[in-house]
Ligand binder design. Structure first.
Ligand code: NAP
Length: 284
């Protein structure tokens, strides 16, 4: 039976560390604050906002919301970003994406100060991820994955890593973070031939495709550590399922992250870590 790498345990440990850091900030009368930018009322945005707000409040991080109707103007959102950039009481910003199609999302992202970019979406933040330089912050999910691997002492240097998925929020940044830690990284995507042959060769297999259970028995091998990033809502069972067939993983691999309770749980904790770190950097 494979070991379950629980993100909830990693998250608890991160929050404990953050509580101590919040104590030090509070001695200097500094209260970190996270600003949300939300356009429209997509249920998943509302759910994530509610969850993050609750967890921030528990830790003592303030939150403020810049909410816009779907028919708001590009200029109104640009103005909110500029305000956030110049507001010294705001440590960082999280913009819920994707924005409705009629917005020029890329132009808005470019306006955000990388120092306040909590989810590594600006070009400067991504430059930092690729070069290993500290420019802004890494995308939270990608950093959550490396944090989880470190917490469970999974060796990264020299490991054969296969990442399935090449999005800018998960696949590409996590591949680069692991490359900078001296892993040998292969990135797969929808045009990859013989996917299962490649995934079976991995010491660490990371799957982020958005296709429920797409990696099963044929794509898994003994001894692997499998990181399942997928969060797919199953209407029939009314629960989230991953991109990896959990029953197959349990029987075949060495360790895997469950869904829910795996990668997702670390993502929010990393977001809060970034807010605390932004507040610390502001006074350094
Ligand atoms: P995305 O932007 O849709 O990217 C999916 C990637 O998977 C693309 O690169 C695509 O390849 C690749 N892909 C699709 N079908 C494939 C196939 N049959 N074989 C190989 N590769 C295939 O998705 P994303 O934003 O990266 O999200 C991926 C998953 O992670 C989703 O389930 C999402 O819900 C979940 N997620 C989880 C968290 C968390 O905290 N746990 C956070 C964000 C997202 P092409 O580039 O060739 O199209």
């Amino acid at each position: 039976m494979a070991e379950k790498l629980k993100g909830t345990t990693v998250s608890r440990s991160l929050i404990e560390d953050l509580s101590a850091r919040m104590g030090k900030l509070s001695q200097q009368s500094i209260v970190p604050k996270l600003a949300f930018i939300r356009v429209g009322e997509r249920p998943e945005d509302l759910t994530y906002q509610k969850m993050v707000t609750k967890r921030c409040a528990k830790l003592g991080i303030q939150t403020e919301l810049h909410a816009f109707a779907e028919d708001a103007s590009q200029e109104a959102i640009a103005q909110a970003i500029e305000e956030i950039n110049h507001d010294d009481t705001v440590s960082g910003c999280l913009m819920f994406r994707p924005l409705p199609k009629r917005f020029d999302e890329e132009a808005l992202i470019k306006l955000l100060d990388p120092k306040k970019d909590m989810d590594g979406i600006t070009p400067a933040s991504l430059y930092g991820v690729v070069t290993g330089q500290q420019v802004g912050f890494s995308p939270c999910t990608a950093e959550g994955i490396t944090t989880l691997l470190d917490y469970y002492h999974v060796p990264i240097c020299g490991a054969r890593v296969v990442v399935v998925g090449r999005s800018l929020v998960i696949g590409k940044p996590v591949a680069n973070l692991l490359l900078s830690r001296d892993a040998t990284v292969t990135i797969c995507h929808s045009r990859t031939r013989d996917l299962n042959v490649l995934t079976r060769q991995a010491d660490i297999l990371i799957v982020a495709t958005g296709h429920p259970k797409m990696i099963g028995t044929a794509g898994l091998a003994a001894g692997q550590v499998v990181i399942d990033v997928g969060m797919n809502w199953d209407e029939q069972t009314k629960r989230f399922v991953g991109d990896v067939d959990e029953e197959a993983a349990e029987q075949i691999v060495k360790a895997y992250t469950p869904v829910p309770g795996g990668v997702g749980a670390t993502t929010t904790a990393i977001l809060m870590k970034h807010v605390v770190e932004a507040a610390e950097r502001g006074i350094a």
